[in-house]
Design a binder for this molecule. Structure first.
Ligand code: TXE
Length: 494
């Protein structure tokens, strides 16, 4: 297979330095593909193309919303027609179970359709304004921001790119996407689709490479009008700092350490299974993962026993075999996850199940971690405070509703949280007290294109998805029209 290249100004181009990077299959450590390994030079070329397309040529931003929508509907149709193959691409590249990759592709199709539909709906507003300067008509219109840099992570390669590309393009922007260097393959497929449906050259550009070499310029360049990023809080801080130079618009969706609060009156089996979905889905590599279970003391022993029993029963394997748990994305992430578990053990927590690398049943050469339940955790432990981003959950107990709330909010993050109880009023009380941008009651992790997604506190700012997701990629222009042109008599006539 020939190496995959950058897509700049409507053409596929190798990195200017001619360098390549291997993309690894985390299920067995083999090389899946070779792709361009870009430098800041390549990113600058992509930014220049995006600027030309937006500011000089202007085809896409001047196109009617209906025509842009028609193209985005086509993108959705082509993804859908090729869904099986695209799911396999993400499955091999990221390591996730095939059915989860298939769900990602379905969500991506729906996301392109959602924003294609939304761009045709009424936006802005007409205002009744005072007539001190005479009768005026005032309204607000929404316009694209300009050139948007999009930097995406490896945990949902196709979907995270789509969450940003679909609204940014619907709004009429030009974009430069820098996907994670670990999982660039589905983004390459997506850009082949953009080429096929005939997006105007320079409107959507793809730069492949690492964050510091290829991504950072998108944050730092004064030729970029906006940067949106999903990834670690540390990198988000770097990006926000870099972006200050030209005060570009910034959207950040960062890490989390989200509490999953389970009261003794919750539906027991339901809470167990949702807790599993909360922390084992996508091998726990989910920013919203319910990685801190806070459980009412009286239910704890029974709950932990059942959770561990179910976790032990999960099938671990290469993504294509459609297991319950696939591979961790990379050797580095595998080491990181195992390190967290080892240090939890060393600090006095009890690993009830899992906790080791899985090396049997066809997983010998891949990066697999057993689903892990860690009991006896205290608030100061690293396993309770830091994002693990792997299939490991800490257990803590509470006695009262207020104690649960205090423990839940005892984190620098604020991405998500869950509440399980059969007492409806309590569910709402607790949900309202959670300092988090996404909350679930009697479920965990379902996500909808229609509803805004993003964090409080150090989990970032700005929102993906929903109407808010489109607004992020727009700016609002106020228009005031004098209905009676002529002198207003403010200054004395000379
Ligand atoms: O993330 P990075 P990494 C968390 C999770 C994980 C940790 C580290 O805890 O263990 O982050 O993962 C690009 N300028 N999340 O190192 O570095 C990078 O190339 C510009 C949570 O992979 O944040 C990639 O495209 N870009 C998360 C993207 O940033 C830079 C999802 C994410 O990489 C850059 C992933 C720089 N200086 C990891 N440095 C979530 N919120 O879902 C890196 N990048």
């Amino acid at each position: 297979m020939s190496p995959a290249m950058n897509f700049i100004d409507g053409a596929w181009r190798p990195a200017t330095a001619g360098t390549l990077r291997n993309v690894i299959n985390p299920a067995d450590g083999s090389v899946l593909a070779q792709v361009a390994d870009s430098t800041v030079e390549d990113t600058r070329l992509a930014i220049a193309a995006a600027r030309r397309a937006f500011y000089e040529i202007g085809t896409w931003r001047r196109m009617s919303g209906a025509k842009r929508a028609a193209l985005l509907y086509k993108v959705a149709d082509v993804i859908q027609a090729d869904a099986g193959r695209l799911a396999e691409v993400d499955c091999l590249d990221n390591g996730k179970p095939l059915r989860e990759a298939q769900a990602d592709v379905d969500d991506a199709v729906a996301c392109f359709r959602y924003y294609a539909g939304l761009i045709g709906k009424p936006q802005g507003g007409v205002y009744e304004v005072p007539d001190g300067f005479g009768e005026m008509h005032a309204y607000a219109m929404h316009e694209p921001v300009g050139v948007c840099g999009l930097i995406t992570p490896w945990n949902y390669p196709l979907l995270m790119a789509t969450w940003k590309l679909a609204p940014a393009l619907a709004a009429g922007n030009s974009v430069v996407l820098k996907p994670s260097e670990l999982t660039p393959l589905s983004a390459i497929e997506l850009f082949k689709i953009f080429e096929k449906v005939g997006l105007p050259p320079g409107t959507a550009n793809l730069v492949l490479g690492t964050g510091p070499a290829a991504g950072q310029e998108l944050a730092a360049s004064d030729q970029v009008d906006m940067i949106t990023f999903t990834g670690s809080t540390r990198t988000g801080q770097v990006i926000a700092t870099q972006a200050v130079g030209n005060l570009k618009k910034v959207g950040l969706e960062l890490g989390g350490k989200s509490p999953n609060i389970i009261f003794a009156d919750a539906d027991f089996e339901g809470a167990v299974e949702w807790a599993m979905i909360g922390v084992f889905f996508n091998q726990g590599q989910v920013c919203s993962a319910g990685s801190r279970i806070l459980i009412e003391e009286s239910l704890k022993d029974r709950f932990v026993e059942r959770l561990a029993q179910r976790a032990r029963g999960m099938r671990i394997g290469p993504g294509l075999t459609n297991p319950d748990i696939g591979a961790i994305v990379s050797q580095a992430q595998l080491d990181k996850v195992l390190g967290f578990i080892d240090r939890a053990r060393a600090s006095g927590a009890r690993v009830v199940c899992g906790g080791r690398r899985h090396v049997a049943d066809g997983c010998e050469r891949g990066y697999f971690v057993e689903p892990t339940v860690i009991d006896g955790c205290t608030p100061d432990m690293e396993i309770v405070r830091e994002e693990v981003f792997g299939p490991a959950v800490s257990i803590q107990t509470f006695r009262t509703e207020q104690e649960a709330i205090t423990m839940a909010n005892d984190t620098r993050y604020g991405l998500a949280g869950g509440v399980f109880t059969s007492d409806g009023a309590r569910a709402l009380r607790v949900m309202k007290e959670l300092r988090a941008g996404i909350t679930w009651i009697n479920c965990y992790n379902p996500t909808f294109n229609e509803a805004p997604w993003g964090g409080y506190k150090m989990s970032g700012y700005g929102r993906d998805l929903g109407v808010n997701g489109l607004l992020e990629y727009q700016q609002v222009k106020q228009v005031n029209i004098n209905l009676h042109p002529g002198p207003v008599g403010w200054y004395a006539q000379a």
